[in-house]
Design a protein around this ligand. Structure first.
Ligand code: PMP
Length: 400
């Protein structure tokens, strides 16, 4: 009876890692998935995470089920990190926070909430966006369409296109926004542009829906990277925010994140939270405890919290370093006069190179550089030592 099932296509991002593993060439470089590597291109477990885990062992923490909404200490600190502890939305209890299965699971919970309580409402996503956004809304049966975001001519933000498309969306749409370090382009609106985006969203009674997967990882500062979300919250707007600790704490496999819904009253927040729990219960019953305890222990302890911020700055700094070196190598090697400065203007883990599909294929087939077919490379998977090689590969692919 399973005979009729056809083969699913490989995932466009995780499928790149599968192809990388199968390549036996020593020069191979995996710039597909957004996972931080050391200069030696090894995975990195933060020292502060090891300390928090040791603390948990010493305390002899048990493995009892968590409540459906997750670990209370985690839910408190995650909302505080996002909005700032003294934010009125927190002080007034207007935020419904539920622990989710990292960023993806938190987005999926929100999508289910939208499907159930806003039937027919559309989600607007940026063009381009992280590939999994479309899968998430498709599987949750939430209709979506795209707003203009990336302008290939300027390799920058198509701000007017973005504003026009948000304006043109049916009233009461959900507008999905990347809180910082837009994936895949690395191009963020300025604070002035965020204000204008908030203006049109308010005018049209839309609901902003932030995906915050890189807080602290873009600038190195948790507060700076939350500025967009806080600017919207300060206007007293209702909004959704999905959070992930995959990148900023390196907790990829622990699946730790949260969905936050800012409501107009604490009453509404309590009701929304009860419904999020009702959605979570039949899906996975309750979330895993390990990552939640790590986050709660680190943020709850001033010394560990400081150590985390230092390590995050170190990671963000290493990425900025390879970004600069890649730019230098490209500028020095490329004799065509092409302006590579867009690489320096992009922020976060990724660089959107502008390489098209066949050029990206050349990167992989000829140079053993694995990347997504939209031209995105993860700088977190690049070392200073490999920048020259990568620059040669990019120049060869561009001009072929
Ligand atoms: N949103 C965006 C924009 C992302 O880039 C990612 C990670 N690649 C996520 C959400 C979620 O990742 P995770 O489920 O590992 O937290």
């Amino acid at each position: 009876r399973f005979e009729g099932i056809t083969m699913a296509p490989p995932d466009p991002i995780l499928g790149v890692s599968e192809a990388f593993r199968a390549d036996t060439n020593d020069l191979k470089l995996n710039l597909g998935v957004g996972a931080y590597r050391t200069e030696e291109l090894q995975p990195y477990v933060l020292n502060v995470v090891k300390k928090a885990e040791n603390l948990m062992l010493e305390r002899g923490e048990n493995k009892e089920y968590l409540p459906i909404e997750g670990l209370a200490a985690f839910n408190n600190v995650t909302a505080q990190l996002l909005f700032g502890a003294d934010n009125p939305v927190i002080q007034q209890g207007k935020v419904a926070t539920v622990q989710g299965l990292s960023g993806t699971g938190s987005l999926r919970l929100a999508a289910a909430l939208i499907e159930r309580y806003f039937p027919g409402a559309k989600v607007l996503i940026s063009s381009p966006t992280w590939g999994n956004h479309k899968n998430i809304f498709n599987d949750a049966r939430v209709p979506w369409s795209e707003y203009r975001y990336y302008d290939p001519k300027t390799v920058g933000l198509d701000f007017n296109g973005m504003i026009d498309d948000i304006k043109a969306a049916p009233e009461g749409s959900f507008i999905l926004l990347h809180g910082c370090a837009h994936n895949p382009t690395g191009i963020d609106p300025t604070l002035e542009q965020w204000e204008k985006i908030a203006d049109v969203i308010q005018e049209k009674n839309h609901i902003p829906f932030f995906d915050v997967a890189y807080q602290g990882f873009a600038s190195g500062s948790l507060d700076e990277d939350a500025a967009s979300v806080r600017l919207f919250a300060a206007r007293g707007m209702e909004l959704l925010v999905a959070q992930s600790y995959s990148k900023n704490l390196g907790l990829y496999a622990e699946r730790i994140g949260a969905i936050n819904v800012v409501c107009s009253s604490s009453d509404a927040a309590a009701r929304v939270k009860s419904q999020l729990k009702r959605i979570a219960r039949p899906m996975y019953s309750n979330p895993p405890v390990h990552g939640a305890r790590i986050v709660a222990n680190i943020v709850g302890d001033p010394a560990l919290f400081k150590e985390w911020k230092d390590e995050m700055e170190l990671m963000a700094g290493r990425i900025k370093g390879v970004r600069q070196k890649l730019f230098n190598s490209l500028s020095a090697k490329d004799k065509s006069g092409k302006d590579w400065s867009f690489i320096l203007k992009q922020i976060g883990m990724f660089s959107f190179t502008g390489l098209n599909k066949s050029q990206s294929d050349n990167m992989t087939n000829k140079w053993h550089v694995y990347m997504t077919k939209d031209g995105r490379i993860s700088l977190a998977g690049l070392s200073l030592a490999k920048c020259e090689y990568l620059a040669d590969a990019i120049i060869d692919s561009y001009h072929n």
